[in-house]
Design a protein around this ligand. Structure first.
Ligand code: AMP
Length: 310
C-alpha cells in the first residue's frame, strides 16, 4: 500500500508502508484522498480527536495559529495545502498565487501538525467535477459583490475537504470573517457533524493582518497597508461614541483610506456579527468588514464591535 511520506525523507519520497509506522512519525504527508483517509482512520481508531485546518499554502503565523489552536484543544491536526481553482475569478491571481510547499511543510512540522494533505493535479478535483455548493445570505454581499465566484468555490472545496477528513472540528481564521460565517452556515445546513471554530486574526507588529497576498506589496505599499486596520479601529471608536450617523462615518473612513494610499475601497460595512446584515440596533454585537485595494493587491480585514451598553 502506498501510504504517505515522511517530511524528513530525502526528496520527500520515502514510502511509509505500514500503518504501524504512522504513530512513530512526526508528520505524514499525503497526496491522495485514500492516503489521508487511512492516516486519519488510525487516529480515529485510537479514540483521538481530529482538527482540520484547510489552507492554500504560502503559510505564515496566521495559518500556524490555527494548527496551534487544534493542538491546544487536544486534537491531532490535519492541514491541507491546496490552491483552490474554484475560488478564483478568470482575471484573478490563481497562477501567480505564491506556492511555497517546502517551507510550508517545514513550518507545519515545526508547529506539530500531524497530517498534511497536498493533493496534486486532478486527484482532488476531477476533470468532470460539476457540483457547486452555494450559501445564500451570509455568502452574499461584501466580498461576494466583487468576487461573485469566491464563496461558492470556497464552500464547495471546504465541503469536499471536510468530507474527506471527517474531522471532529475544523479551525478557520476570523481574518476571513465572511468565509467563516459561510462555512458555519453550510455545516449547519448540511448536518455535517463537525464543530467550526473561529480563531483570532494574527497581525504584523503594525497591525496589518497577516496574509499570503501581503508579499505582493511593494515596500511603500506595505508601509501604507496598516492604515486599513488603523482606520477600522478609528471607525470603532466613532461608533462607540455614538454621535455620528453610520453613513457619515463610512464616508469618512473611505476618504481616509483613499488619502492613505488605497487605490479603491471595495466596501467598509458595519454589520450584525452573525447574519452580516446591516446593523439596525446599537445593542447588537457587530462586525466591521472592509476590503480595499493597495495598488494591485486586494486586502481585507475586520474587527468586532462590542455590544453597546446603553
Ligand atoms: P488561506 O490559505 O488564505 O485560504 O487561509 C487558510 C486559513 O487561514 C483560513 O481559515 C484563514 O482565515 C486563515 N488565516 C489566514 N490569514 C490569517 C491570519 N492573519 N490570522 C488568522 N487566520 C488566518
Amino acid at each position: 500500500m502506498q501510504y504517505g511520506y515522511h517530511i524528513e525523507a530525502t526528496n520527500s519520497n520515502t514510502v511509509i508502508s505500514t500503518l504501524d509506522n504512522l504513530r512513530s512519525l512526526n508528520m505524514i504527508i499525503c497526496k491522495t484522498k485514500s492516503e489521508v483517509r487511512e492516516a486519519l482512520q488510525v487516529i480515529r481508531d485510537n479514540g483521538e480527536r481530529i482538527g482540520a485546518v484547510p489552507t492554500m499554502g504560502a503559510l505564515h503565523n496566521g495559518h500556524l495559529s490555527l494548527v496551534e489552536k487544534v493542538k491546544s484543544l487536544g486534537g491531532h491536526a490535519v492541514a491541507s495545502i491546496f490552491v483552490n481553482p474554484l475560488q478564483f475569478g478568470p482575471h484573478e491571481d490563481f497562477s501567480d498565487y505564491p506556492r511555497t510547499l517546502d517551507s510550508d511543510l517545514a513550518l507545519l512540522k515545526a508547529q506539530g501538525c500531524d497530517v498534511v494533505f497536498t493533493p496534486a493535479g486532478r486527484e482532488f478535483v476531477s476533470a468532470d467535477f460539476s457540483t457547486k455548493i452555494s450559501v445564500a445570505g451570509v455568502g452574499e454581499g461584501h466580498c461576494a459583490n466583487s468576487r461573485p465566484q469566491f464563496f461558492d468555490g470556497v464552500a464547495t472545496i471546504v465541503t469536499k475537504l471536510l468530507n474527506v477528513f471527517s474531522p471532529d472540528f475544523a479551525v478557520f481564521g476570523e481574518k476571513d470573517y465572511q468565509q467563516l460565517m459561510v462555512i458555519t452556515q453550510l455545516v449547519r445546513d448540511l448536518d455535517l457533524d463537525i464543530e467550526i471554530i473561529g480563531a483570532p486574526t494574527v497581525r504584523e507588529s503594525d497591525g496589518l493582518a497577516m496574509s499570503s497576498r501581503n508579499e505582493y506589496l511593494s515596500p511603500k505599499e506595505r508601509s501604507q497597508a496598516a492604515k486599513l486596520f488603523e482606520t477600522l479601529n478609528l471607525v470603532a471608536e466613532k461608533i462607540a461614541q455614538g454621535r455620528v450617523a453610520w453613513a457619515d462615518i463610512q464616508k469618512w473612513a473611505i476618504a481616509r483610506l483613499e488619502t492613505a494610499g488605497f487605490a479603491n475601497v471595495d466596501y467598509i460595512n458595519y454589520v450584525d456579527a452573525m447574519s452580516l446584515e446591516p446593523i439596525l440596533s446599537p445593542d447588537q454585537p457587530g462586525r466591521l468588514l472592509a476590503a480595499a485595494w493597495m495598488g494591485k493587491t486586494r486586502l481585507i480585514d475586520n474587527i468586532p464591535i462590542a455590544r453597546r451598553i446603553s
